[in-house]
Structure formats: C-alpha cells, structure tokens
Design a protein around this ligand. Structure first.
Ligand code: NAP
Length: 262
C-alpha cells in the first residue's frame, strides 16, 4: 500500500463490493487500497495499464484484503455496461462505485480540437453517467428487497469545474458535467444510494509537468502546499460513510477554489 490506510480522517468500516475506476495508479490506486483496507472486496479497474492494476491488486492482497483487476476503455458505453456485468459476475453486486478514471489533456487555443471535447466527455462524463446508471439500477432493485441496504457513489470532480483552467477547457467542461451528474443521480437514486463528489485541488501534478507549474498551483492555494493522496482518501471515506449526505461536492483543495484561476 502506498501509505498507511489508517492515516488521517474518520474511520469507515464498510463491506461489500467496491468498483474503483482508473485505479492503476496515483489517486485511484490509493482509493482502491483504502477501500480494501476498510473491508471491501475491490474491483480494480484500469484502461490499459495491466501492470498498474496488478500492482494495486497485489497491494490490497498483501494488506489482507480481496481484489481483482478489470480492464477496458470507459469512453465506450458498451464497455461500461460490460464492466458492471463482469464485476457483478466475478465479485457480486456492487455497493460502492468510485468514478475516478479521467482523461486530462492540455491544449492551447491553437492546439484545441473538437475531438478534445469528445475525448474528455467520453472518459469523464459519459463513463460517469453510464456506470452510475448501471450500478444505480442494481442498487435500486436491491434496495427494494432490503430497505436497510444503501449504496454509495463517489465521483472525482475538480476545482476546474467551477473556474475553468485556460489550458484545460474540455477537461474543465467535462468535470462541470460530473458535478451536475452527481446532483442528478443523487436525486434519482435516493434513498437506495447516496451520490457525492470530491473536487480535489492540486494533489499530484501531471507526470512531465514543469516544476514552475506546480509552484504556481501551490501559490494559488491558501494553505501553501500540495494536498496529499491520503487527504483525498480521508475525504473520500468520509463522504462514503456520511449517511445523511447526498448530492454534495466537497473541495479538497487547500482553499484553491477561492483564488482566481491561472
Ligand atoms: N491529480 C490531481 O492533483 C487532481 C486534481 C484535481 C482532480 N483530480 C481528479 O482525480 C482523479 C484521479 O486523478 P489522477 O491524477 O490520479 O489521475 P491519472 O493519474 O490521470 O489517472 C487516470 C486513470 O484513469 C484511467 N483512464 C484514463 N482514461 C481512461 C479511459 N478512457 N477509460 C478508462 N480509464 C481511463 C487511467 O487508466 P490507464 O492508466 O490504464 O490508461 C488511469 O488509471 C481524476 O478524476 C482527476 O480528474 C486529480
């Protein structure tokens, strides 16, 4: 496990099956490991990085948990449906869905293409919609059988949903849609499931990003530093376990969203 799962934040003793998308690395891997450490059977999803998903699965197993790897490009609606079917068949019905996978591509005005919008819309917006729909219907049907059962969906949004970043217009728009989907699915899935979102600020800079960009991002926080994956993980477990919260977007951003964007 990348860090001690017991660090920072409220304890959440969950059970059942959790599907975490984009769990081959970084924030998604940490969220999958924390859910494994808190008692969930974890479906570790990655698009192409099989070594990454296997490393996440191994970390969860090494800590005494249960996990299996799943793969597929979530820009395809058919793949989203298949993923939910495969996880359900191999691990059982899904109790927790974490929509973490994300396209994240920079483009200047001259570099921007219409296809950029589809790339981000497919991986970030349509996948969140499709997976929430398939898992949400399962939860609704199971809730009808047992009203004590409640599922949870957690979406990874971004502070750019509110204040778009100039080099990430398509990404920011897709995350704004994720915020709206969080509220829409909270309405349609209650009380069978709670649906909330995290909006991280600068946590892990993109691989290959210039150190000056990180310095700029840190300067725009009020707390003067990057956040950590453990802090995102603690907020995630808080939202997953907060039984009277739904439709909430929680910024984990060191105050970044109060400061004018770059
Ligand atoms: N890092 C930050 O500081 C930060 C800040 C604000 C918001 N966030 C949000 O937090 C989440 C995690 O961030 P991160 O930086 O850890 O992400 P990341 O390193 O970019 O990882 C993205 C994950 O998404 C998967 N993915 C990308 N496109 C996909 C597609 N079309 N279909 C299926 N999977 C796909 C990747 O899988 P493969 O590797 O297999 O391709 C990878 O596992 C994202 O939603 C991001 O927008 C992060």
């Amino acid at each position: 496990m990348s860090q001690d799962a017991s660090q920072a934040g409220p304890s959440y003793v969950g059970a059942g099956v959790a599907l975490v998308t984009g769990a081959s690395r970084r924030i998604g891997r940490h969220l999958a490991e924390r859910l494994g450490a808190s008692g969930h059977v974890v479906a570790v999803h990655g698009r192409t990085d099989r070594a990454g998903t296997e490393a996440t699965v191994e970390a969860i197993r090494a800590a005494g948990g249960r996990a299996e790897a799943f793969h597929g490009d979530l820009a395809s609606a058919a793949t989203c449906a298949r993923l939910v079917r495969d996880v359900t068949r191999r691990l059982g019905p899904i109790d927790v869905l974490v929509n973490n996978a994300s396209a994240f591509e920079a483009a200047s005005l001259d570099e921007m293409t219409v296809a950029d919008l589809e790339t981000h819309h497919g991986a970030n917006t349509r996948a969140t919609y499709a997976l929430s729909l398939h898992v949400g219907r399962q939860l609704r049907d199971r809730h009808a059988d047992d009203p004590r059962r409640q599922g949870a969906i957690l979406n990874l949004a971004c502070t750019s949903a509110e204040r778009p970043w100039s080099r990430y217009v398509a990404y920011s728009a897709s995350k704004a849609a994720v915020v709206n989907l969080t509220k829409g699915f909270a309405r349609v899935l209650g009380p069978a499931a709670r649906v909330n979102a995290l909006a991280p600020g600068p946590i892990l800079p993109p691989a290959g990003g210039a150190p000056t960009q990180t310095d700029e991002a840190v300067k725009r926080t009020l707390l003067g530093r990057l956040g950590t994956v453990e802090e995102v993980g603690a907020a995630a477990l808080f939202l997953l376990g907060a039984r009277y919260l739904t439709g909430v977007v929680l910024c984990v951003d060191g105050g970044r969203s109060l400061v004018a964007p770059a």
